[in-house]
Design a protein. Structure first.
Ligand code: MLT
Length: 264
């Protein structure tokens, strides 16, 4: 069963749907919604359990398969009577969900922007780390998750110069429901390897990566782009994993150029 999603929906014209990362919410897209809504209809949901969208407590134990998050997004578009294909932007976990959305709802996808994300499945070691967090997060509290994650999220330019951005993300993670954290960690741990999908993708794909991203590295994302037939690869300077927040001007420019060049 799908869950209704809270979403911001701003601007007019062609729809761009922005899927946030873990364990964040739609606010990570604030620089994109501000700028891109001048030209497009920008829809940024809170995925199941994150931000203002709800989740059943049992999901902390069962996990949420990534396909279910994708189905929630499509149900939200149905609710808004957006039935034609649209452009999706998936950041990190949002990208993992976008692979699922493409496979389950191919007719809803016009183009994809894959931002600081991966196609590969987890190693056993990463899975173990995710299961540990899923089991412990209720006791730890979400603020501890923020403490564990922050240094990997940002590049050196932000870590030395933009403490406000870092504080903002620490506070978003700190107020995230531990149930959502546990559920998504289990879902991500069980996700399939999407690498075999890449050569079969028949919509345009833009790959964006912060040059200092240590979670989804530029080498890895470059090889994803090389494996995808109709793709473009853009490196975002002065940014780590959180490129949409760390260098929004470069990210917005790359998205606009990509969308403007799409066949009508
Ligand atoms: C994210 O930013 O969504 C996470 O780094 C994804 C992950 O944990 O693999």
């Amino acid at each position: 069963m799908t869950v209704p999603l809270h979403a911001i929906d701003r601007g007019r014209g062609e729809a761009l749907v922005l899927l946030h990362g873990f364990p964040l919410d739609h606010t990570m897209w604030r620089f994109q919604t501000e700028a891109l809504s001048h030209h497009y209809r920008v829809i940024a949901p809170d995925l199941r359990g994150f931000g203002q969208s709800s989740i059943e407590p049992i999901a902390a134990k069962t996990g949420v398969p990534l396909g279910d998050y994708a189905d929630d997004v499509v149900a939200m578009l149905d609710e808004k009577e957006i039935v034609g294909p649209v452009t999706f932007v998936g950041f990190s976990m949002g990208g993992y969900i976008l692979w699922q959305l493409y496979q389950r709802h191919r007719d809803r996808v016009r183009a994809m922007v894959m931002c600081d994300t991966r196609a590969a499945a987890d190693t056993p070691q990463t899975q173990e780390t995710r299961f540990k967090m899923a089991e412990s997060v209720e006791g730890w509290g979400s603020a501890h998750v923020a403490h564990l994650m922050t240094s990997k999220l940002f590049g050196p330019t932000t870590m030395t110069g933009s403490s406000k951005l870092v504080e903002e993300i620490v506070s978003v993670i700190g107020r995230t429901d531990p149930v959502a954290i546990a559920a998504a960690q289990r879902g991500m741990a069980h996700r399939d390897d999407s690498t075999p999908l890449l050569p079969t993708i028949n919509v345009p794909v833009l790959y964006l990566v912060g040059v200092d991203d240590v979670i989804s590295t530029r080498e890895e994302m470059k090889s994803m782009a090389e494996a995808t037939p109709n793709s473009k690869f853009v490196e975002i300077p002065d940014a780590g994993h959180m490129s949409p927040m760390e260098n929004p001007a470069a990210v917005n420019r790359a998205i606009e150029e990509f969308v403007e060049a799409l066949p009508s």
